[in-house]
Design a protein. Sequence first.
Length: 294
Amino acid sequence: MDYLYVCNTSSDFVSQISLGDYSHKKICLNSKEGRVGPHGICSWKSEIIVANSYNNSISKIDIVDCVEKENYYIGIHCNDVDVFNNHAYIVCGESNSIIVFDLVTNVIIQEIPCGNMPHNIDISRKSELGVIANMQSDCVSILDCAKNDILASIKVGAYPTKAIITSDNKYIIVCESNLGLDKVGSITLFDLVKFKKIITIKVGKAPVDVYYDYVEKMCFVSNFLEGTISIVDISEGKEVRKIKVGGMPRGIIKKGRYLYIGNNYGNSLIIYDIYKMNIKTIPIGKEPNGMTLV
């Protein structure tokens, strides 16, 4: 059975949601020293790794027993995490760096400087590259994960909140949110080899997350301040449809015919059937953010 795991930043627990019957289980995180703030998430072997922004740590969650096994201090304001070769790469927003943590020996092995206020990281195992969206320096850092070195910095639009490498390893897709500016945001495609811009496509207000469907060649973008999801046809280079879901949509993932969207305003998970165009809502924790499928 497939499960969706969602970080509830203001509730200090991770939601495990069965995609079969949509049953919901809470995985509470250790809060002995105050707030935890789960924010970013990824899978590793039989565990889930969670980046906690309030207590500056990562959690290891056993997905079989649905319990937090271990917690380790990493650095100031852990926003996101991804894994390459048993190493967790954790984005620390206030130290402007990426911390490399060995998940086998449980020790920090390196700190890599990047741009100002890094917000997310996405790693391609095939290309051995990672991309980091740096919100305050309006750039994306390109990380060589084999050498743990920054290869390049790409200038992008204002306040990039998300950067991903497409599953076909052809493109980098960047959410340029334009947060605080009186205009809509956009997504921009870059060539993964040459790091050159291909096209910029306008979407809605404050795009904060994007999911790329390699089979359909479509991007699904959550517009945080508009309550909508933009569907973007990459081959045509344009927004082809906009879905009104309401609230403040943040994290977004697609599985089959369904979109799974975290709603920060309603503290809920929105399940949207793309074919039938109907919505189901499940209450979860406060401020749902990062999510991953296992």
